[in-house]
Write a protein that binds this ligand. Structure first.
Ligand code: URA
Length: 265
């Protein structure tokens, strides 16, 4: 072995080989050159393919439109059971990966009133049913005050409850517009199959999905139309838990719903 320059530790052949292998394991794939090399120049000078060479066909990523996939699956579902099956099997929404459970609906499908909530929270994710946490308990009390319950057997007294999102978003963040767009075909088909007399839009995400707008404090209390049905936007019970003073307006909205039910029957 040639003598090393002063200051360099002498290493034997085996140690040198081990070092080299170690560097290769770390990803090194060529030794340092004597002079610096500008890799950008190398790329620019890369040989052009010969004129008669076969054209290079770029590999195209398979184009999947998640909304179109959702629409096809939802429209093909002939009943609620099938809709739940195809929606829970839908794999294009990232929220599914972080959720414990798929939360489809609760209540009586023959109800005249359908409540469209936002997304499951922690309790709903654990239990697989919508509105079972504190906000859900308040929701039950609010509707009980106008004679409606998710456990009622008769359509006139019953509630049907579902959400825009069937999977809990991480840290209960708001669902993103793309996530809402993917779920919209399922929501539309869900409402078509239940065919309620009216819809209650609980909070901003529901208004964004059903009306294409947010601003629940402006929208609440005013009848609108969503999915071909009369729709009443209301402040979410989670908001009412944080802002008890807003319960007065929520009560007015509930009375509005009761009156409209009377008119429609
Ligand atoms: N909030 C919602 O909007 N939906 C639920 O299911 C629970 C809390």
């Amino acid at each position: 072995m040639a003598p090393m320059e002063p200051g360099h530790a002498q290493i034997d052949l085996l140690a040198a080989r081990a070092l080299l292998e170690w560097q290769m394991e770390l990803g090194a794939d060529e030794p340092i050159l004597d002079a610096p090399l500008n890799r950008y120049d190398v790329a620019a000078e890369a040989p052009k393919p010969a004129a008669d060479a076969a054209p290079v066909v770029p590999l195209e990523a398979e184009a999947v439109d998640p909304v179109a996939v959702a629409r096809a699956a939802a429209e093909a579902a002939g009943d609620l059971e099938t809709l739940a099956e195809v929606q829970s099997a839908y794999d294009h929404c990232e929220l599914k990966k972080g959720a414990r459970n798929f939360v489809f609906a609760d209540g009586n499908p023959s109800a005249r009133v359908l409540i469209l909530g936002e997304a499951p929270g922690r309790d709903e994710d654990l239990e697989g049913r919508p509105f079972v946490g504190r906000a859900g308990q308040l929701l039950d009390r609010m509707f009980a005050a106008i004679g409606l319950a998710r456990t009622a057997h008769h359509a006139n007294e019953a509630l049907y409850i579902t959400n825009v999102m069937p999977w809990r978003p991480p840290q209960n963040r708001d669902p993103e517009p793309a996530e809402i767009a993917m779920m919209l075909p399922f929501v539309m088909r869900h409402i078509e199959l239940v065919n309620p007399d009216m819809i209650v839009l609980m909070g901003n995400t529901s208004c964004a999905a059903a009306l294409g707008k947010r601003g629940i404090l402006r929208l609440r209390g005013n009848w609108s139309e969503a999915f071909g049905k009369p729709a009443m936007p209301m402040t979410h019970p989670a908001y009412l838990l944080r802002n008890p003073a807003a319960k007065r307006e929520a009560w007015a909205d509930l009375l509005e719903i009761k009156a409209r039910l009377g008119e429609l029957s």
